[in-house]
Ligand binder design. Structure first.
Ligand code: SF4
Length: 335
């Protein structure tokens, strides 16, 4: 199979180096912006990628120039063989070396797994922490597990993950009053706090831009308490970053809606049931699971990756005429 450093380049010249792999759509929380209280119909078990299938698809992607693999969910730590998955992905070799493996998690299982994951080759963790208030956490996630998440964050730091990034979805009237406290918490512990604008990926399809807490509002609140200095040069990274009180602590904002960064997007997604998505908001998917199960060779799989990227749109189109929220729930796409 031909291997070129940047083989996944779309029609807009964006080279795709970051593969987000959803290990499962199952989750131990029921966050209101992601899932209805009763959860969603889980993806059928037989449709889920087996570990050999998943690692093979990742190997093809790495050969095509992917240098970063982010493991997502649902909740990736619910996958029983997650440590083995990390170990096998971290051992892949691409044209420019081994890929960097990171994970987005709710941290509830990190106390028991952090050291094994680190030893297995996991480099970085992004942990969801929307609030420091127990009652708000219980209302937001429909689970009384704030202590568990805080213990998971501590376990990540104790295992040597650095930086430990904390992600909060800013929501009006829910946790927007906590942005300063969340930054204070992160600065005090040496973590990096990032706020995410809520995107139209909610289960009820009721997302409303007016209700969204945007980057400017978040920064206004933070500037009332901190001196913020732009870090600049974000590259393809989703977060814009600022030094807090001259650093070294930083805070980030992922302003997908108010300040889209699609122009430098380098991300591709593989769902737990083996569908390639060129964008979080893609309306079309490429079924690589069936290709694998029908005996396709690596060249055919590489061609499917290239075709998926070739069809990628310029941006998410939120707010534009004709924008339609994806049918697939966020929990089955992954962050
Ligand atoms: S919305 Fe789509 S194109 Fe834009 S940054 Fe996210 S994944 Fe990339």
């Amino acid at each position: 199979m031909s291997s070129a450093p940047a083989a996944l380049v779309d029609a807009f010249g964006r080279a795709h180096r970051d593969l987000r792999i959803s290990l499962t759509d199952r989750c131990s929380l029921r966050c209101t912006y992601c899932m209805p209280a009763d959860g969603v119909p889980w993806l059928p078990g037989p449709d889920m990628l087996g570990t050999d299938e998943l690692v093979r698809l990742a190997r093809v992607a790495v050969t095509l120039g992917v240098t970063e693999i982010r493991l997502t969910g649902g909740e990736p730590l619910l996958r029983p063989d997650v440590v083995d998955v990390v170990r096998r992905l971290a051992a892949l070799e691409g044209p420019t070396g081994r890929p960097e493996i990171s994970m987005t998690t709710n941290a509830l299982r990190l106390p028991g797994l952090a050291h094994e994951l680190k030893d297995g080759g996991l480099v970085r963790v992004n942990i969801s922490l929307d609030t420091l208030d127990r009652e708000t956490f219980r209302r937001l996630t429909r689970r009384d597990r704030l202590d568990g998440t805080l213990a998971g964050i501590e376990a990540a730091a104790a295992a040597g993950f650095d930086p430990v990034k904390l992600n909060a979805v800013a929501m009006r009237g829910v946790n927007d009053h906590e942005v300063v406290d969340l930054v204070r918490f992160a600065v005090a512990h040496g973590y990096e706090m990032r706020f995410i604008e809520q995107m139209p990926l909610d289960p009820g399809h009721t997302w409303d831009r007016v209700q969204m807490v945007g980057q400017d509002e978040i920064l206004d609140r933070l500037r009332a308490a901190f001196r913020l200095t732009p870090v600049g040069d974000r590259g393809a990274a989703p977060a814009e970053r600022w030094l807090v009180d001259d650093g070294p602590a930083t805070v980030g904002v992922i302003a997908s809606v108010s300040a889209p960064f699609c122009g430098s997007c380098d991300r591709l997604r593989l769902t737990a049931d083996g569908q390639l998505r060129s964008c979080l908001f893609a309306r079309a998917e490429t079924d690589v699971r069936t290709l694998v199960r029908e005996g396709a060779d690596d060249d055919a799989l590489a061609a499917a990756f290239r075709a998926c990227v070739a069809g990628k749109k310029a941006g998410h189109g939120i707010g534009e005429p004709g924008f339609v929220q994806p049918d697939r729930p966020m929990s089955a796409i992954g962050g």
